[in-house]
Design a protein around this ligand. Structure first.
Ligand SMILES: Cc1cc2nc3c(=O)[nH]c(=O)nc-3n(C[C@H](O)[C@H](O)[C@H](O)COP(=O)(O)OP(=O)(O)OC[C@H]3O[C@@H](n4cnc5c(N)ncnc54)[C@H](O)[C@@H]3O)c2cc1C
Length: 392
């Protein structure tokens, strides 16, 4: 690591899962990279409590993490494969998706967000062309025609030809670049609840839809699982005020009978907001991950979309280099065109689920349950939809 450098090809602001993955892959292409991150991830030990924030990682994201050289490190920590996904509204009318229908050994893996970030950081620390500036935040941005200058909150100033804004949903760099967002509050919050089980969790993730939102089960490594309870902000506020024993009682009363016997160990609540940036770049600043878009997490697509942004950008950088062209307006337009379209489609699909399953009217209820039944027997269409959701 070269801490005294002040000019870089690319500075990544935000070293979370998306920013750190972009930094690894671009560094592997040989660019001089700076990563500016406010908080370094804690080291791993197997005794540590499970992180509340976990992600369902698709096979496409696994490929990206393999290319970044971190998949084996993740396998050596805590990770859980799942081979089946079930969803229903009326018990008994369940739609099942199996890995073999998509032609893959597993539908994905449930991994703690912090461990994905940690594995990427460990990799970044081995790359000689990466400078980690941490703890640090960007406090000022000045854009020039050929590069941009950022001042950090410790007084340090660096310049970079390109700045990647990967600083999350409330991106400060996005605001500094003057990029607006379209924002919509789902009026639904979500409670994440970690539980201990008596046995190993089955390799199945499931979700039942209720009028106020779904309730979901995600298996974790060991005898553990993550439960997700979506409900009105008022109901989630009531749940937050409960003791672990009271919450456990509520979980047992309100979750589907498929829930194995469990003990609540940890919980936390999150508001759900859909955001989409009005532009994916401005001058020398390029948005990716949650800085560009946030989505309803009911199908676990958020970070998978962020990793698709990374794959697209890295590919455009590589192609430009192979053709001996500078990375510039043409690549930026292509990035925005490709990713805006894909991200908008996935956001709309999630909104359709959210709105469709929130409507209480009897004809709509019949229609959506027929749709689920049709989906369960849709053969090729089901296989194609599944492969799309897995990023294949
Ligand atoms: C309840 C819930 C459940 C979810 N479940 C799933 C799931 O199952 N599957 C899935 O794919 N997605 C899921 N998501 C979405 C997923 O968590 C996000 O899409 C993902 O975390 C985005 O990663 P990111 O790196 O873009 O942003 P973040 O994870 O927010 O990382 C941003 C990074 O930038 C740093 N940072 C922020 N501001 C600054 C600053 N000013 N200066 C320096 N550094 C800064 C932060 O410290 C952080 O490290 C879920 C989201 C929620 C809310």
């Amino acid at each position: 690591m070269q801490q005294d450098k002040t000019h870089f090809d690319i500075a990544v602001v935000g070293g979370g899962m998306v920013g750190a993955a972009a930094a690894c892959l671009l560094a592997q292409q040989g660019w001089q990279i700076a990563v500016i991150e406010q908080t370094e991830p804690d080291a791993y030990s197997p005794e540590q409590a499970m992180d509340l924030r976990v992600s369902a990682i698709s096979p496409a994201s696994v490929r990206l993490l393999q290319q970044a050289g971190v998949w084996d490190a993740l396998l050596a920590m805590r990770i859980r494969a799942y081979t089946e996904l079930a969803t229903w509204e009326v018990p008994g009318l369940e739609t099942h998706f199996h890995a073999q229908e998509a032609g893959v050994p597993e539908l994905g893996f449930i991994v703690e967000n912090r461990l994905i970030q940690l594995a990427l950081w460990q990799r970044l620390q081995t790359l000689p062309n990466v400078t980690l500036l941490c703890p640090a935040q960007v406090s000022a941005l000045v854009q020039q025609s050929e590069d941009a200058t950022v001042t950090l909150n410790n007084g340090q100033t660096i310049t970079a030809a390109w700045l990647l804004a990967a600083d999350g949903a409330n991106s400060r760099l996005r605001s500094m670049a003057g990029i607006g967002i379209n924002r919509w509050d789902y009026r639904q919050d979500c409670m994440l609840i970690n539980v201990d089980l008596e046995d190993d969790a089955p390799p199945i993730t499931w979700q039942q839809f209720y009028p106020n939102g779904p309730r979901a089960f995600l298996p974790l490594a060991g005898h553990k699982a993550s439960l997700v309870w979506y409900d009105t902000p008022e109901k989630i506020a009531q749940l937050v005020a409960l003791s672990p024993t009271q919450l456990e009682r509520e979980v047992k009363r309100h979750f589907p009978e498929q829930l194995p016997a469990c003990t609540v160990t940890q919980s936390g609540a999150f508001p759900l907001i859909r955001r989409h940036a009005q532009h994916y770049y401005q001058g020398r600043v390029i948005l990716l991950g949650d800085a560009a878009h946030t989505i309803h997490p009911l199908a676990g697509q958020g970070v998978n979309l962020g990793f698709k942004d990374v794959a697209c950008l890295v590919d455009l950088w590589q192609n430009a280099r192979q053709k001996q062209l500078p990375f510039g307006t043409e690549q930026l337009k292509q990035y925005e065109r490709r990713r805006l379209c894909d991200n908008s489609m996935m956001q709309s699909a999630m909104d359709l689920f959210y709105a469709g399953f929130s409507a209480p009217h009897a004809p709509l209820k019949i229609l959506r349950n027929v749709a689920l039944l049709v989906a369960d027997n849709a053969g090729l269409v089901k296989r194609k939809a599944l492969r799309y959701a897995l990023g294949l």
